[in-house]
Design a protein around this ligand. Sequence first.
Ligand code: ATP
Ligand code: MG
Length: 655
Amino acid sequence: MHPDDVLASLDDEQRAAVLAVSGPVCILAGAGTGKTRTITHRIAYAALTGAVQPEHVLAVTFTARAAGELRGRLRALGVERVQARTFHAAALRQLTYFWPRVVGGEVPSLVQSKFALVGNAAGRNRLSARGPELRDLVAEIEWAKARLVSPAAYEAAATALHREPPFPLESVAAVYATYEDLKQRGGNVDFDDLLMLTAAAIEDHEDVAEEVRRRYRQFVVDEYQDVSPLQQRLLDAWLGERTEVCVVGDDDQTIYSFTGASREYLLGFPSRYPAATVVRLVRDYRSTPQVVGLANRVLAGGKRLVAQRPEGPAPVYTQFDDEPAEAAWIARSAAALIAAGTPPHEIAVLYRVNAQSEVYEAALAAAGVPYLVRGGERYFDRPEVREAMLSLRVAARDVPSEVPLAEAVRGALGTVGWGPEEPAARAGAVRDRWEALTALVGLADEAASRPAPVPLAEFVAELEQRAADQHVPSVAGVTLASLHAAKGLEWDAVFLAGLTDGTLPITHAVTPEEVDEERRLLYVGVTRARSHVHLSWALARAAGGRRTRRVSRFLDGIVPAAARPAPKPKAASREAARDGLGPDEQALFDRLRDWRRERAAGLGQPAYCVFTDATLAAISKARPAGESELAGVPGVGGTKLDKFGAEVLAMVADS
Ligand code: ATP
Ligand code: MG
């Protein structure tokens, strides 16, 4: 690619940041304004003009996904060999390299279970910490380490910053000290130690510093508003006296303060580097005016984004009686979007806490909508993916190099049972397996479409790197993710679910600063959407539960009054399903519904996890006489057939 082509796809302000190829640069701008696009173009431009060697650039960000996104975008611009990693991955790599020389022997291994070790440390201090308390204790120790606060300094720092851990500050300090001690005696380190040890190796060893600084000469940090003092210390160690650093961020998207991050580094960058090129962007290229308008309202008093895209649908606000009803509606709406042509991977359901994912998973599965849970899945640990990797390694050795990459990969996956035809089932194990393997084919096609041909062996090495970074390819499916995990990403349609007061803001956010951070989470959520944004909440948790909740206070004055009365989607679906049936069929349908209620209660699951109303209506109509007929009814998959087939057939035969 020609450097001018890189410049051509940018606006004037973005171009100014790209043309500032040397010296400190700071881009301070709102969501969707092209910050990530600008840094990838800046790196590409500098590499293509020869201002910098790509291998001298280290781009860091906060999640493996985001690092993968950076690598992907750079590759698409024809730039390879740039290191784009998370802080942790970069530190681990450097440490592994320097450790034998600086300390000798192998790098200590990561603690296997931090929770167990902290629990043990608590026990030794006569504290019993379990469940949420243990989790908060672990989080508190992580906070202290991210802020470079030692056990001895913890009490003072925690008092000054109004921390409220679940135990007295002196107890936390004691547990923290014991944890460090136990960890050290076991010869282990944790993630935060990795950063600390790397920074210390550079700070204390002239030769290490020299080598690192010779290797990396340009630094780029995306999402810089969420940098912690510990990460900043590592960045400073990398830089030394140099100023070749470009940071980009949006202080309105600071969402990790609770883990010790601070936006002050971003906001203070221009005064720390008075010679810095500072760029502000306000044009939002991602979202429709409708989405941008909502984002601006959520952030009353924050930056004003100016939408660049054509008009789109208005945001949708919906209140439900209970969570299963909300989830069922989201699943149906997602299915409708897919039917209307939106690909599943362009849809996301975002929520505040990971525990919320379950009810949406159940509803999507019941509606036959494929999905994947971000952050939860260990894609490269799946048996079919391991098998596929094995087969690809063998192929890399045996398949002649003339065979085009895409063909070689399809061949290798063929040996583990992959085929190009979609399985008939829209959900379930067979489907999941096929989607997982198809994702590898997608990566191969992407690699094959690059300007320079990629040999199979190199492709396999890339996959192994991805596996090491836990950078999961996009499997075709609706994304389920926490708001925190959604940072930096974008989808055509976004469902923001469970927006009740107490979930967003979450109950434990009490100080004004904590509540503000929760508001920014909603802003992050809204600004992930290109065109469709659906906001919903439920008044009760379980079906039939007391409706004690209210909509998030952040939506006060935003939600139109008409969105408040709860629709009754369940009753509606029952009536609609029943209406199409004859009298005998209706009788069977009613009996099947009674059976389903009991069955679901026994399983502790929502009714639609057994069968949906539509499926029960179809069964009542079809009156299947045996398993194969029942299997032909839409909505009756293999698992359900195994689980419920006999009972359903008996009821049909009886009626
Ligand atoms: P976030 O704060 O959410 O991380 P961001 O500022 O990093 O957002 P990008 O992801 O870089 O924004 O860009 C948002 C979208 O707008 C992307 O799809 C990007 O390709 C597009 N975009 C950015 N700048 C331009 C431009 N000058 N012309 C066309 N499209 C653009
Ligand atoms: Mg970005």
